[in-house]
Design a protein around this ligand. Structure first.
Ligand SMILES: Cc1ncc(C[n+]2csc(CCOP(=O)(O)OP(=O)(O)O)c2C)c(N)n1
Ligand SMILES: [Mg+2]
Length: 363
């Protein structure tokens, strides 16, 4: 018997706004002036907070953190397209999206100063899962939330973010497999920023695209320019719609670049060229979105200045609050591990207080 072809696959790439801010008008989504400006304002705020955090860290006023600069065009349009009942399940480079969802600016400052209080949301109905530093485990959380939502007839979608490196983890594959087999209402967004600490994308995986990792699980997949907020808007709108219609998960690979260090604890000059960074800075999302808004007549330099002042003031207020005296107790985190009492946690809590007492006795 001759061999016959039984399956054929392809992966599409979507870019609407190119790196020079040039628009493909045929693909432009129908967003109003207000909606477009809202995206831009959140992007500016996230950038300002990220840049300020780097200064604070360098001054010894904040702990180690992973900068988000350059990845604003991904989580912000996503969060704006989501509904309140949807779940936002991030890793650690979704600062803008977290702010859009209602996380206070101070949360990220507390969290990266080692204070668990950064994980307490101002409103318990906010569906934002805490930052996941453990690479990949958030995928299972997202799929579980999505499946639970379906089971309870809630009609909510879980949106899960992961990095390019994270797609090499078993958790990623187990999550995709389950989500597809059970048609769970979940959207997977891979922020392919070309680096996993010092490991370049091409050494991380032999897959030609990361989007194609969905094909093995029969998950519709799409690669987009992750520095293009319009492409991200279109991709997430389609994916949320598919999930809500009961058609199951989507995998979106958003191609971007980690413009800064992995975390403030490393120096990228040791493992990548400055030339590569220079090329990437020319493609960054704020530059091109600013140009697009100006071309549409929605923006100009006279509007830019007050916006910069406004976001600076918001960040300044958050820093003041972050550095104001706190009456938090050092054993408070034990009270938030579970919603209810738990025997093992109670025992650890007791041990901890015993240690604190012994240390105090020894001066
Ligand atoms: C399970 C696990 N393994 C290893 C690490 C150490 N680690 C932290 S970040 C990182 C690389 C992540 O790369 P990627 O998924 O591309 O995300 P990015 O940092 O680029 O956003 C690694 C290996 C970890 N936090 N968790
Ligand atoms: Mg990465």
């Amino acid at each position: 018997m001759p061999r016959k072809q039984i399956a054929k696959f392809s992966v599409q790439h979507l870019q609407i706004l190119d790196e020079n801010g040039k628009l493909d008008a045929k693909l432009e989504p129908k967003l109003s002036e207000d909606e477009l400006l809202e995206i831009y304002r959140w992007m500016r705020l996230a950038r300002e907070l990220d840049e300020r955090m780097l200064k604070l860290q360098r001054q010894g006023r904040l702990g180690t953190f992973p900068p988000n600069t350059g990845q604003e065009a991904i989580s912000i349009p996503v969060a704006l397209a989501m509904q309140d009942k949807d779940w936002f399940v991030g890793a650690f480079r979704e600062l803008g999206g977290r702010l859009v969802r209602g996380e206070p600016l101070t949360s990220t400052l507390y969290y990266y100063n080692g204070w668990e209080e950064g994980n307490i949301l101002p409103n318990k109905d906010l569906r934002i899962i805490p930052t996941s530093v453990v690479i990949g485990c958030q995928v299972e959380h997202a799929v579980g939330l999505a499946w639970a939502s379906r089971y309870k007839g809630e009609d909510s979608v879980a949106v899960c973010f992961i990095g390019d490196g994270g797609t090499s983890e078993g958790d990623f594959h187990e999550g995709l497999n389950f989500a597809s087999a059970w048609k769970a209402p979940v959207v997977f967004i891979v922020q392919n920023n070309q680096w996993a600490i010092s490991m370049p994308r091409q050494s991380q995986t032999a897959s030609g695209t990361i989007a194609q990792k969905g094909i093995a699980y029969d998950i519709p997949c799409l690669q987009i320019d992750g520095n293009d907020p319009l492409a991200m808007h279109v991709a997430i709108t389609e994916a949320l719609d598919r999930a809500r219609k009961g058609e199951g998960p989507t995998l979106i690979e958003a191609v971007t670049y980690r413009l800064m260090m992995h975390t403030t604890a490393d120096d990228p000059k040791k493992y990548r060229s400055e030339e590569e960074e220079k090329v990437a800075w020319k493609k960054e999302p704020l530059l091109r979105f600013n140009k697009y808004l100006k071309d549409k007549g929605f923006w100009d330099d006279a509007k830019e200045e007050p916006l910069r002042g406004e976001v600076k003031a918001k960040v300044e207020d958050a820093v003041k609050e972050f550095e104001s005296p706190k009456d938090w107790q050092q054993d408070d985190p034990f009270k938030h591990v579970f919603g209810t009492e738990h025997a093992v946690i109670a025992e650890q809590h007791k041990d901890f207080l015993g240690n604190v007492e012994r240390e105090a006795d020894h001066g």
